[in-house]
Design a protein around this ligand. Structure first.
Ligand code: C5P
Length: 396
């Protein structure tokens, strides 16, 4: 996903420096051209040879190294770079970068580069929270440099608090958000619904379905990686909130309806992947129902059909995408749904096909618009998400 991208990875003197090896290895596997630059202090924590072995490129440490092919290495690399990442970034590096100091290979290259820059701080909580560091961070942000808030927890120095290097998988997602795709959805507001809804019977029990939310989360992630401003309205799932996505948590279909319709007018594209419960109990018992008082039946009523509402109340130019999960007559039933719910596109999947549907890592879908149909082979839910937006951009 990072093919033909040149990434500079700055590594500074923090105990978390060793974690940069994992980022290097991952970026290389994503086919990026990774160029690591280390400060002098970083080399006390991890050897440059590690980065050279993992990246296949010389690890730059010394501005005045004469044993190398380029005369003005920092300027040459700065011109080529698509993304400049500093992870871990020490308080010292942040202070230097904020004040335009260029006294080593990393700070010199940083100052010479005009590409997008992402800084991942890692330091002791007191250093991080010190107003001087905070002021430096605010200054960097004013210049358009992205400083991502660190994690919190037990730190190597024994303190507990903010200042932990962000989880590597989150750093990787930030890199993908900035460098993996042409931002063809930039400027677009996209709303995605995901997961099941839960309809309470009493304070303990509820009606729900097997949706895990994986498809919807993949759709939200793909939209964010392509530059969109994404809101994800999610039913109860056990997935991590996608990085770079505004996630709103709901439980019932009515809550999902309320959250979605509150912001639906602002959206350019709405993708309803959620498995919204069609029915809910007419009354939720105030207290737990016990065996002795158990009713013979639970009276149900219908939930609002969010997709139908959105289709009938759409803003001009807005695109509405629905999902259809069938066990038979997939295309026929999906075409009917497309018309009935006034959608621009239906993503149809058949529950009976191996590798499709709930809880799987993969899906097998057919994309259907009023005059186009594309049958896709089995692929990961991330790949399906990508195909959905390709189809929306080209064919509906
Ligand atoms: O009618 P059916 O449930 O098969 O339609 C599925 C599509 O409709 C999905 O996109 C789903 O998110 C949406 N839906 C909805 N509100 C409901 C039921 C389904 O928005 N109450």
């Amino acid at each position: 996903m990072l093919k033909n991208k040149t990434i500079i990875l700055g590594v500074t003197g923090s105990i978390a420096a060793y974690k940069a090896a994992e980022i290097t290895s991952w970026a290389k596997k994503q086919h990026a051209d990774v160029n690591v630059i280390m400060t002098k202090n970083a080399q006390y924590f991890i050897n440059p040879i590690t980065f050279e072995t993992l990246s296949g490129n010389k690890c730059l440490t010394d501005t005045f190294d004469r044993n190398f092919q380029y005369n003005v290495e920092h300027v040459e690399l700065a011109k080529r770079a698509d993304l400049f990442v500093v992870a871990p970034a020490s308080a010292d590096f942040i202070a230097k970068a904020a004040n335009g100091i260029a006294d080593d290979m990393l700070t010199t290259t940083f100052l010479a580069s005009t590409c997008e820059k992402l800084i991942f701080p890692a330091m002791n909580t007191r250093m991080y929270e010190n107003p001087i560091t905070q002021d430096n961070i605010a200054k960097l942000k004013r210049f358009g440099i992205k400083v991502i808030e660190p994690g919190a927890g037990y730190l190597a120095c024994g303190d507990t608090g903010k200042g932990k290097l962000l989880l590597i998988e989150d750093i990787e997602e930030h890199i993908l958000l900035h460098a993996a795709y042409d931002h063809d959805l930039s400027g677009k507001k996209i709303l995605v619904s995901a997961g099941p809804t839960c309809e309470d019977i009493d304070p303990v029990r509820f009606i729900t379905n097997h949706s895990t939310g994986r498809m919807g989360y993949a759709v939200a992630r793909n939209a964010a990686r392509r530059g969109a401003d994404v809101t994800l309205v999610s039913g109860p799932v056990s997935l991590k909130e996608p990085v770079g996505v505004n996630t709103v948590h709901v439980t019932s279909a009515q809550e999902m309806f309320d959250e979605i319709t509150a912001v639906s007018d602002e959206q350019d594209i709405i993708v309803m992947t959620a498995a919204v419960a069609d029915m809910k109990p007419v009354n939720k018992a105030a207290e737990k129902i016990h065996k002795v008082t158990m009713p013979d039946a639970i009276k149900l009523t219908t939930n609002p059909d969010i997709l139908s509402y959105l289709g009938a109340n759409r803003r001009e130019g807005q695109k509405i995408i629905g999902f259809s999960m069938e066990t038979e007559n997939l295309v026929e039933n999906s075409r009917l749904k497309l018309r009935k719910k006034h959608c621009d596109m239906i993503v149809a999947n058949c529950l009976k096909v191996a590798g499709a549907g709930f809880g799987t890592e993969t899906n097998v879908v057919t994309l259907i618009s009023a005059d186009r149909m594309q049958e896709l082979p089995i692929m990961s839910k991330d790949e399906v998400a990508e195909k959905i937006f390709d189809f929306i951009q080209k064919d509906c």
